[in-house]
Design a protein around this ligand. Structure first.
Ligand code: ADP
Length: 235
């Protein structure tokens, strides 16, 4: 399910079809939603999830809150996934203040397995995983970071990572967001229904005809389609 969405997302971005929908939002609300989603995962592994949002960062901003949240969820989700002891910290700071716009830098630090220096350079490429065995131990698609990179770029920013194997990693991205100075404007409440839930609802019980001659692709496609609740017929 998650894998299918990631593939769809990445292909949309690669094809230049993903456009941001900027709107006024409240950064605290976005971070609270993120914390309530991710603290469950962290608690399952007895990890601390701490969040540091310095007061100088304006909370009323204009940008694509859903995509910003998606980028953060990718980082925080990975940090939890690749950490077995210690904790995960999400922080932010102002990288540049251009008056009407701000460049914010978000950082997710973990005390997990870290990444070997030779893998760091290509970790943001699609389908890359730090080492072959990670896939078996942790599962995943190698798409999350590629998507985060594209999202950060769409938001006028960049991504990066510093890591020490065995000690942990710090993943960061920047995003250029506008200050929301509209007098009296009310930030739209964040839509808590995730895309996944919406897609699952839309897909449930529907039948699709899968036409694919390559056997492995056929298995993958069938797996992805049934995981979102679709009934699959193969030609
Ligand atoms: P996935 O997690 O689905 O494999 P990602 O693109 O999110 O795909 O991550 C790619 C790879 O980068 C992971 O498989 C893992 O090897 C490495 N990685 C990502 N985040 C971390 C992290 N916080 N600590 C250690 N390794 C990480």
């Amino acid at each position: 399910m998650k894998h299918l969405l990631k593939l769809l997302d990445l292909s949309k971005i690669e094809a230049g079809h993903l456009e941001l929908s900027p709107a006024p939002f409240d950064l605290d609300e976005l971070i609270d939603t993120l914390a309530s989603i991710m603290s469950v995962n962290a608690a399952e592994k007895s990890l601390d999830l701490s969040i540091h949002m310095p007061p100088e960062i304006p909370r009323r901003l204009t940008g694509d809150a859903l995509r910003l949240q998606q980028a953060l969820i990718n980082y925080v989700g990975n940090a939890i996934k690749f950490t077995s002891q210690g904790g995960v910290t999400l922080g932010a700071r102002i990288d540049a203040d251009e008056g009407s716009h701000l460049v914010l830098r978000f950082e997710v630090r973990d005390t997990g397995i870290g990444i070997a220096p030779e893998a760091v350079g290509k970790i943001f490429q699609a389908f890359e995983q730090a080492d072959g065995s990670t896939t078996r131990a942790y599962g995943g698609t190698g798409l999350g970071l590629a998507i985060t990179k594209r999202l950060a770029e769409l938001m006028g920013g960049a991504v990066g990572v510093e890591s020490r194997p065995g000690e942990g990693s710090t993943f960061w991205f920047t995003a250029r967001l506008a200050r929301d100075c509209t007098p009296g404007s009310q930030p739209a409440p964040l839509d808590r229904a995730t895309t996944e839930a919406l897609l699952a609802e839309a897909a449930r019980g529907k039948r699709v005809l899968l036409v694919e001659d390559e056997p492995i692709s056929q298995i993958v496609a069938e797996e992805l389609l049934t995981s979102v609740g679709l009934a699959v017929d193969k030609a």
